[in-house]
Design a binder for this molecule. Structure first.
Ligand SMILES: [Zn+2]
Length: 273
Protein backbone atom coordinates (compact mmCIF):
# COMPACT_ATOMS: atom_id res chain seq x y z
CA UNK A 1 0.00 0.00 0.00
CA UNK A 2 2.35 2.62 1.27
CA UNK A 3 4.74 3.75 -1.37
CA UNK A 4 8.32 4.71 -0.78
CA UNK A 5 9.32 3.66 2.69
CA UNK A 6 8.88 0.06 3.63
CA UNK A 7 6.90 -0.54 6.78
CA UNK A 8 8.45 -2.35 9.65
CA UNK A 9 6.52 -4.61 11.88
CA UNK A 10 7.00 -3.68 15.52
CA UNK A 11 8.22 -7.18 16.28
CA UNK A 12 10.80 -7.30 13.54
CA UNK A 13 14.16 -5.71 13.76
CA UNK A 14 14.16 -1.94 13.30
CA UNK A 15 16.19 -0.50 10.45
CA UNK A 16 19.74 0.36 11.32
CA UNK A 17 19.97 3.92 10.24
CA UNK A 18 22.80 4.99 12.52
CA UNK A 19 25.28 2.61 10.90
CA UNK A 20 24.88 4.33 7.55
CA UNK A 21 25.59 7.79 8.87
CA UNK A 22 28.45 9.70 7.39
CA UNK A 23 31.40 9.76 9.68
CA UNK A 24 32.67 13.14 10.80
CA UNK A 25 35.84 12.37 12.72
CA UNK A 26 36.31 14.22 15.97
CA UNK A 27 39.74 13.04 17.06
CA UNK A 28 43.10 13.78 15.51
CA UNK A 29 43.65 10.11 14.71
CA UNK A 30 40.21 9.92 13.14
CA UNK A 31 40.92 12.87 10.89
CA UNK A 32 44.22 11.38 9.80
CA UNK A 33 42.49 8.12 8.99
CA UNK A 34 39.86 10.00 7.02
CA UNK A 35 42.52 11.86 5.01
CA UNK A 36 44.29 8.52 4.31
CA UNK A 37 47.39 9.71 6.14
CA UNK A 38 47.03 6.63 8.33
CA UNK A 39 46.33 3.58 6.26
CA UNK A 40 47.06 0.76 8.69
CA UNK A 41 45.84 -0.01 12.18
CA UNK A 42 49.36 -0.96 13.20
CA UNK A 43 50.46 2.63 12.62
CA UNK A 44 48.12 3.73 15.41
CA UNK A 45 49.39 0.97 17.70
CA UNK A 46 52.94 2.10 17.08
CA UNK A 47 51.98 5.64 18.01
CA UNK A 48 50.49 4.33 21.23
CA UNK A 49 47.43 6.53 20.95
CA UNK A 50 44.00 5.41 22.11
CA UNK A 51 41.32 4.71 19.52
CA UNK A 52 38.28 6.73 20.53
CA UNK A 53 36.12 6.28 17.46
CA UNK A 54 34.92 2.89 16.32
CA UNK A 55 34.75 4.15 12.73
CA UNK A 56 38.55 4.20 12.70
CA UNK A 57 38.46 0.42 13.04
CA UNK A 58 35.70 0.16 10.43
CA UNK A 59 37.91 2.06 8.00
CA UNK A 60 41.18 0.27 8.73
CA UNK A 61 40.08 -3.27 9.57
CA UNK A 62 37.04 -3.86 7.39
CA UNK A 63 37.11 -7.65 7.61
CA UNK A 64 36.42 -7.72 11.34
CA UNK A 65 34.14 -10.46 12.65
CA UNK A 66 32.15 -10.13 15.83
CA UNK A 67 30.78 -12.72 18.16
CA UNK A 68 28.37 -12.27 21.03
CA UNK A 69 29.57 -14.55 23.80
CA UNK A 70 27.03 -13.62 26.42
CA UNK A 71 23.77 -11.73 26.77
CA UNK A 72 22.46 -11.44 30.30
CA UNK A 73 19.80 -9.44 32.05
CA UNK A 74 20.75 -7.15 34.87
CA UNK A 75 18.33 -5.61 37.31
CA UNK A 76 18.56 -2.71 39.63
CA UNK A 77 16.06 -1.06 41.92
CA UNK A 78 14.75 2.36 41.13
CA UNK A 79 11.97 4.47 42.60
CA UNK A 80 9.50 2.85 40.26
CA UNK A 81 10.53 -0.67 41.07
CA UNK A 82 12.91 -2.91 39.20
CA UNK A 83 14.58 -1.69 36.10
CA UNK A 84 16.07 -4.36 33.91
CA UNK A 85 18.74 -3.96 31.32
CA UNK A 86 20.49 -6.25 28.92
CA UNK A 87 24.21 -6.67 28.98
CA UNK A 88 26.07 -8.09 26.01
CA UNK A 89 29.68 -9.25 26.00
CA UNK A 90 31.09 -9.10 22.49
CA UNK A 91 34.44 -10.03 20.98
CA UNK A 92 35.71 -8.83 17.63
CA UNK A 93 38.70 -9.98 15.64
CA UNK A 94 40.08 -10.37 12.16
CA UNK A 95 41.50 -13.84 12.68
CA UNK A 96 45.01 -12.64 11.98
CA UNK A 97 46.44 -10.83 14.95
CA UNK A 98 43.80 -8.34 16.07
CA UNK A 99 41.20 -8.87 18.79
CA UNK A 100 38.99 -6.74 21.00
CA UNK A 101 36.45 -7.24 23.74
CA UNK A 102 33.60 -5.00 24.74
CA UNK A 103 30.49 -4.80 26.89
CA UNK A 104 27.29 -3.01 25.96
CA UNK A 105 24.23 -2.29 28.09
CA UNK A 106 20.83 -1.17 26.92
CA UNK A 107 17.12 -1.66 27.53
CA UNK A 108 16.96 -4.10 24.65
CA UNK A 109 19.33 -6.78 23.46
CA UNK A 110 20.02 -5.42 20.02
CA UNK A 111 21.30 -1.96 21.02
CA UNK A 112 23.25 -3.64 23.81
CA UNK A 113 25.02 -5.77 21.22
CA UNK A 114 25.63 -2.78 18.94
CA UNK A 115 27.19 -0.84 21.79
CA UNK A 116 29.22 -3.87 22.79
CA UNK A 117 30.61 -4.21 19.27
CA UNK A 118 31.63 -0.56 19.26
CA UNK A 119 33.37 -0.89 22.59
CA UNK A 120 35.11 -4.03 21.41
CA UNK A 121 36.35 -2.20 18.31
CA UNK A 122 37.76 0.63 20.36
CA UNK A 123 39.50 -1.90 22.59
CA UNK A 124 41.18 -3.63 19.68
CA UNK A 125 44.72 -4.81 20.34
CA UNK A 126 47.47 -6.29 18.25
CA UNK A 127 48.35 -9.87 19.09
CA UNK A 128 51.95 -10.72 18.22
CA UNK A 129 51.75 -14.31 17.04
CA UNK A 130 54.64 -16.61 16.39
CA UNK A 131 55.86 -20.15 16.62
CA UNK A 132 56.83 -20.48 20.24
CA UNK A 133 56.71 -24.23 20.42
CA UNK A 134 60.03 -26.02 20.59
CA UNK A 135 58.30 -29.11 19.24
CA UNK A 136 57.40 -27.30 16.06
CA UNK A 137 59.87 -24.64 14.96
CA UNK A 138 58.06 -23.99 11.70
CA UNK A 139 58.48 -20.22 12.02
CA UNK A 140 54.88 -19.51 11.00
CA UNK A 141 52.51 -17.36 12.99
CA UNK A 142 50.14 -19.88 14.47
CA UNK A 143 50.51 -19.82 18.24
CA UNK A 144 51.60 -17.58 21.09
CA UNK A 145 55.33 -16.84 20.97
CA UNK A 146 55.83 -17.61 24.67
CA UNK A 147 53.80 -18.73 27.66
CA UNK A 148 51.53 -15.91 28.85
CA UNK A 149 49.23 -15.51 31.82
CA UNK A 150 46.25 -13.22 32.24
CA UNK A 151 43.75 -12.80 35.02
CA UNK A 152 40.51 -10.98 35.54
CA UNK A 153 38.45 -11.41 38.67
CA UNK A 154 39.07 -14.89 39.97
CA UNK A 155 39.85 -16.34 36.56
CA UNK A 156 43.46 -17.04 35.68
CA UNK A 157 44.26 -18.20 32.16
CA UNK A 158 47.62 -19.57 31.09
CA UNK A 159 48.31 -19.91 27.39
CA UNK A 160 51.15 -22.10 26.20
CA UNK A 161 52.55 -22.38 22.69
CA UNK A 162 51.56 -25.56 20.88
CA UNK A 163 52.94 -27.14 17.70
CA UNK A 164 50.98 -26.95 14.48
CA UNK A 165 47.94 -29.13 14.16
CA UNK A 166 47.14 -29.29 17.87
CA UNK A 167 44.34 -26.76 17.62
CA UNK A 168 43.10 -24.74 20.55
CA UNK A 169 42.85 -26.92 23.61
CA UNK A 170 40.59 -24.98 25.95
CA UNK A 171 37.02 -24.32 26.96
CA UNK A 172 34.56 -22.69 24.61
CA UNK A 173 34.95 -19.05 25.60
CA UNK A 174 38.73 -19.15 25.52
CA UNK A 175 38.59 -20.90 22.16
CA UNK A 176 36.38 -18.20 20.66
CA UNK A 177 38.65 -15.36 21.77
CA UNK A 178 41.79 -17.13 20.56
CA UNK A 179 40.20 -18.04 17.22
CA UNK A 180 39.18 -14.44 16.55
CA UNK A 181 42.66 -13.29 17.53
CA UNK A 182 44.18 -15.63 14.97
CA UNK A 183 45.72 -18.16 17.35
CA UNK A 184 45.41 -21.55 15.69
CA UNK A 185 47.22 -23.77 18.15
CA UNK A 186 47.54 -23.31 21.90
CA UNK A 187 47.17 -25.07 25.20
CA UNK A 188 45.09 -23.14 27.68
CA UNK A 189 44.81 -23.78 31.39
CA UNK A 190 42.26 -21.98 33.47
CA UNK A 191 41.68 -21.55 37.18
CA UNK A 192 38.98 -19.79 39.14
CA UNK A 193 35.32 -19.38 38.37
CA UNK A 194 35.47 -20.00 34.65
CA UNK A 195 31.68 -20.03 34.36
CA UNK A 196 31.96 -16.24 34.38
CA UNK A 197 32.13 -15.64 30.64
CA UNK A 198 33.29 -12.04 30.83
CA UNK A 199 36.11 -12.73 33.27
CA UNK A 200 37.28 -15.72 31.22
CA UNK A 201 37.31 -13.78 27.95
CA UNK A 202 38.94 -10.79 29.61
CA UNK A 203 41.65 -12.99 31.14
CA UNK A 204 42.52 -14.36 27.68
CA UNK A 205 42.50 -10.83 26.30
CA UNK A 206 44.88 -9.65 29.03
CA UNK A 207 47.15 -12.64 28.51
CA UNK A 208 47.44 -11.79 24.81
CA UNK A 209 47.84 -8.09 25.53
CA UNK A 210 50.72 -8.80 27.91
CA UNK A 211 52.80 -9.63 24.83
CA UNK A 212 52.50 -5.99 23.80
CA UNK A 213 54.02 -4.77 27.03
CA UNK A 214 57.10 -6.94 26.94
CA UNK A 215 60.50 -5.68 26.03
CA UNK A 216 62.35 -7.79 23.57
CA UNK A 217 65.05 -7.48 20.98
CA UNK A 218 63.77 -7.30 17.44
CA UNK A 219 60.36 -8.72 16.79
CA UNK A 220 58.44 -11.87 17.61
CA UNK A 221 57.62 -12.15 14.00
CA UNK A 222 61.00 -12.04 12.30
CA UNK A 223 62.21 -15.51 11.43
CA UNK A 224 65.77 -14.76 10.40
CA UNK A 225 67.80 -11.55 10.45
CA UNK A 226 68.22 -9.70 7.18
CA UNK A 227 71.41 -10.05 5.15
CA UNK A 228 74.50 -8.72 6.79
CA UNK A 229 76.79 -6.46 4.76
CA UNK A 230 79.80 -7.82 6.66
CA UNK A 231 80.23 -10.63 4.19
CA UNK A 232 81.03 -8.17 1.42
CA UNK A 233 83.37 -5.86 3.32
CA UNK A 234 86.48 -8.10 3.42
CA UNK A 235 85.97 -9.00 -0.23
CA UNK A 236 86.03 -5.33 -1.20
CA UNK A 237 89.24 -4.76 0.75
CA UNK A 238 90.81 -7.81 -0.80
CA UNK A 239 89.94 -6.46 -4.21
CA UNK A 240 91.47 -3.13 -3.21
CA UNK A 241 94.86 -4.75 -2.88
CA UNK A 242 94.40 -6.66 -6.10
CA UNK A 243 95.22 -6.18 -9.75
CA UNK A 244 92.69 -4.13 -11.67
CA UNK A 245 92.54 -0.51 -10.53
CA UNK A 246 89.43 0.54 -12.47
CA UNK A 247 87.51 -2.38 -11.11
CA UNK A 248 88.71 -1.73 -7.60
CA UNK A 249 87.24 1.72 -7.40
CA UNK A 250 84.01 0.40 -8.78
CA UNK A 251 83.67 -2.29 -6.14
CA UNK A 252 84.82 0.12 -3.47
CA UNK A 253 82.07 2.57 -4.25
CA UNK A 254 79.32 0.04 -4.56
CA UNK A 255 80.52 -1.79 -1.45
CA UNK A 256 78.80 -1.35 1.84
CA UNK A 257 81.64 0.22 3.77
CA UNK A 258 82.18 3.95 3.17
CA UNK A 259 85.63 4.16 4.78
CA UNK A 260 86.89 1.21 2.76
CA UNK A 261 85.83 2.94 -0.43
CA UNK A 262 87.69 6.12 0.47
CA UNK A 263 90.85 4.19 1.21
CA UNK A 264 90.87 2.29 -2.04
CA UNK A 265 90.18 5.34 -4.17
CA UNK A 266 92.94 7.25 -2.36
CA UNK A 267 95.38 4.45 -3.11
CA UNK A 268 94.41 4.46 -6.74
CA UNK A 269 94.94 8.18 -7.13
CA UNK A 270 98.39 7.92 -5.60
CA UNK A 271 99.32 5.14 -7.93
CA UNK A 272 97.93 6.96 -10.93
CA UNK A 273 99.80 10.17 -10.09
ZN1 LIG B 1 55.26 -23.69 14.51
Amino acid sequence: MAKGRPKYDSRSRPPREEEEEDWAPKTDIGKRVMSKEIISIDQIFEMGKPILEHQIIDALVPNLKDEVIEVSMTQRMSQNGRKSQFRAVVIVGDGSGHVGIGVGKADETRPAITTGIRHAKRNLIKVPLGCGSWECGCGKKHTVPIKVIGHNGSVVITLKPAPRGVGIVSNDVVKKVLALAGVKDAWAFSRGKTSNVYNSAMAVFKALDSLNRMKFVGSWETEEPSQQPEAEAPKAEGAGEGEDKGKETGTGETGSDGSGAVETTGGNENKAA
